[in-house]
Design a binder for this molecule. Structure first.
Ligand code: HEM
Length: 521
């Protein structure tokens, strides 16, 4: 009897072990190479062990170890593939079966009631409709295209930035990011201008300097989300209940509070506009969306053209347009501190073409190829979103002869691709000239970077971002030299961290006015 029981127990244990092996460790047939699927935190734990500061670099290390450009992992209960190669990434990004998004808890925690809303983390027909509507109608108010009235507003906003940097702090709230001697904290110093430049499109209004405290506050909250989330879903997408457990609740609360503050700020703006809304006379994007909400008959479980979709859709634009772009600009300034010759050459170009009697405009852009090339080099070498935003396969498919099941996650090592030695030769050298020909003309085909991704999910803010960053950078270079505080060290690129975005910790920098008659100092 004892023997029979022992045999039954052994068989049971073996059976359970075999099931565990099949479900958790055995790799899918003909699946890209990678480590075995580990229990609990799966390969996320391995990435944390290899490089918890930069998960995308940990994945690259594993890909090198397995000699593959397509690394097969397992994340949040799904098979996952990390694409390391430029050509393969471009091919995948243009195939429709890779356009889905996974339903991650990280995405849901951004919404008040944990609903899947916004533009970043929805898919299917709702995503197509919403993305189209946002882009189509934001453009009407100047987003990502030439528009004389909008450009005048942007110019006025940048004039205010120049005034602020020249005259120093005036309001109490500015002491958090402005010190005597023209020193300001990055990225905070850009939050008001970038906030206003975006709000002009969506609400037709900008905050005056005296009342712009809320733009700094909400920009900081956005940063808290971007600096605490990560591109692999965070531990909360594996175990959402961890948000109730100390000390995991701290990071969770920071992310959630950050996102909810951004949303509630945008809600305040929407509600203000609702009070004077007239459907026959739309004044800006919010009005156009509110009008569509009135005309739209909601279907069950279909969030198109509903209030909470407007809020999170705007948040998905406001966050990268302010906090994200401010960090990218902060990295531009770091590169210029490290490469003063590049800064001098840009200043010379701007002096020659624009002079100092007016601010640079988008019409000057073609005649400022070195400035444009510098911006492109910054976006390449310092890839803001190193792994992009995770995609999902919507059907069984293949990549490079590997079988890829439906619901596989896809991450793209955009940072690795933008810095591939094979493609760039000397990727770690900051060299804007790589985008110019012998005559100093910009050659767009030389810019094969993927900082904004590609395909149908490509960043819809790309043109808007390039326009805005060009104007900010050209204005700053025309009007100021950069200087560090005596006690500060030169930027150390190796000290940066990667969360959802890559970037430095906050730092201080001095803007020293240049002579107004043009010419470098
Ligand atoms: C330096 C600034 C920016 C960078 C580097 C950047 C980069 C990216 C990347 C890599 C993606 C992922 C694309 C994919 O899934 O394949 C993305 C998506 C997105 N970006 Fe940007 N972005 C920036 C600024 C902006 C701005 C200013 C806006 C809007 C005002 C914006 C709105 C979006 C939206 C809505 C998506 C999701 C698109 C979709 O899922 O269809 N981004 N961005």
């Amino acid at each position: 009897m004892v023997l029979i029981s022992a045999v039954i127990w052994c068989a049971l244990v073996l059976l359970l072990a075999y099931r565990f092996y099949l479900n958790n460790i055995k790799r899918l047939p003909n699946y890209p190479p990678g480590p075995p699927r580990l229990p609990l935190l799966e390969d996320y734990a391995l990435l944390l062990l290899l490089n918890y500061r930069h998960l995308h670099r940990a994945a690259r290390k594993l890909a090198n170890y397995y000699h593959t450009k397509l690394l097969g992992l397992s994340l949040v209960g799904f098979p996952a593939i990390i694409v390391q190669d430029h050509e393969i990434a471009r091919k995948i990004l243009t195939r429709r079966e890779f356009d889905g998004r996974p339903d991650l808890f990280l995405a849901r925690l951004r919404q008040k009631e944990f609903k899947q809303r916004g533009l970043n983390f929805i898919d299917g027909s709702v995503w197509k409709d919403q993305r189209w509507f946002f882009l189509r109608h934001l453009r009407d108010y100047g987003f990502g295209r030439r528009s004389a009235p909008y450009e005048l507003e942007v110019e006025d906003e940048l004039q205010q930035l120049v005034e602020q940097l020249t005259s120093g702090k005036r309001y109490e709230y500015e002491s958090d990011f402005m010190q005597d001697g023209g020193f300001v904290k990055c990225p905070d110093v850009f939050l008001v201008s970038l906030g206003n430049i975006f709000l002009q499109v969506v609400s037709g209004e900008r905050y005056q300097r005296a009342t712009a405290k809320s733009l700094v506050h909400v920009g900081r909250k956005g940063l808290e989300f971007l600096r605490n989330a990560d591109d692999y879903g965070t531990v909360y997408s594996f175990f959402p209940w961890l948000r109730f457990v100390f000390p995991f609740n701290i990071r969770y609360n920071t992310m959630r509070d950050g996102m909810l503050r951004v949303s509630s700020f945008l809600e305040t703006i929407i509600q203000k506009e609702q009070q004077t809304f007239d459907p026959s006379n739309p004044r800006h994007f919010i009005d156009v969306y509110l009008r569509e909400m009135q005309n739209h008959i909601p279907q069950e479980d279909e969030p198109s053209f509903q209030y909470d979709q407007l809020v999170l859709g705007l948040a998905d634009c406001y966050l990268p347009g302010t906090s994200g772009t401010a960090v990218q600009l902060a990295m531009v300034l770091e590169r210029l501190l490290l490469n003063p010759d590049v800064m001098k050459r840009m200043q010379q170009e701007i002096d020659d073409v624009v002079g100092s009697g007016r601010l640079p405009t988008l019409s000057d852009r073609e005649k400022l190829p070195y400035t444009e090339a510098t911006l492109r080099e910054c976006l390449r070498i310092d890839t803001l979103i190193p792994s992009g935003i995770v995609h999902r396969t919507v059907q069984n498919t293949t990549i490079e002869d590997y079988n890829i099941p439906e619901n596989t996650l896809l991450l793209f090592d955009l940072d690795g691709i933008n810095n591939e030695p094979k493609m760039w030769g000397d990727p770690l050298t900051f060299r804007p000239d790589r985008f110019l020909d012998e005559a100093g003309r910009l050659v767009l085909s030389k810019d094969r970077s993927l900082s904004f991704s590609a395909g149908k999910r490509e960043c819809p803010g790309q043109t808007y971002t390039r326009n805005t960053m060009f104007l900010v950078l050209a204005t700053l270079m025309q009007r100021f030299d950069l200087r560090q505080r005596g006690s500060d060290r030169m930027p150390d690129i190796a000290k940066r961290r990667t969360a959802l975005i890559h970037g430095p910790d906050d730092f201080w920098i001095g803007f020293i006015p240049r002579p107004v008659n043009g010419g470098s100092q």
